[in-house]
Structures are given as C-alpha cells and as structure tokens.
Design a protein around this ligand. Structure first.
Ligand code: SF4
Ligand code: SF4
Length: 84
C-alpha cells in the first residue's frame, strides 16, 4: 500500500499543545525573506520561502533555531507566559 507523503508538521503526534515554553515572534518589517529560517526549522512550519515566515504554533517546539539563524535578527523568541 502506498502511504501519502506527510506534510511537514502535520502529525498529531508532533503537536506541541501547551508544553513549549517559548515561541518565535516575526518582525515583518525587518525580514528580508531570505528563506533561511524556513529551511532550518526542524518542524517545517514557517511557511514558504520567499514570504515572511508564518509559524504554525500548534507544531512549533520553541527550539529557537529560527531566531538564532536569522541574519537580520527579525525573529525574537518570546516566553509563552510573557505579557510583552
Ligand atoms: S522555534 Fe524551532 S520549531 Fe519553532 S518555528 Fe523556530 S525553528 Fe521551528
Ligand atoms: S531568516 Fe530572518 S530574514 Fe530570513 S526569512 Fe527568516 S525571518 Fe526573514
């Protein structure tokens, strides 16, 4: 039987629910749409290259890789309980 190819970040098993402790906030004015964060995100949940990333927070693990790789510091990791 042929199994359909799974979409990145689409498995219920990889849903983070409430347990991640931080999440990325994208500054769309700073973003130069280079696509690096979209390439490196282990969950593949930052949308298409060439567009401002739109993280699907249902699947984000809060690892911070996207923020650490962004060449123009357009991604800031925010604590889930942060009011800022
Ligand atoms: S924090 Fe990690 S899982 Fe979440 S969008 Fe960034 S790279 Fe992907
Ligand atoms: S790495 Fe930074 S500049 Fe490049 S697409 Fe992601 S947010 Fe935008």
């Amino acid at each position: 039987m042929i199994t359909p190819k799974a979409k990145a970040g689409s498995s219920i098993k990889t849903k983070t629910g409430d347990w991640k402790n931080q999440f990325p906030e994208i500054n769309s004015e700073k973003c130069i749409k280079c696509g690096i964060c979209q390439s490196i995100c282990p969950e593949g949940i930052l949308g298409k290259k060439g567009e401002v990333p739109k993280p699907d927070l249902n699947y984000c693990k809060g690892c911070g890789l996207c923020a650490s790789i962004c060449p123009v510091k357009a991604i800031e990791m925010k604590r889930v309980d942060s009011d800022e």
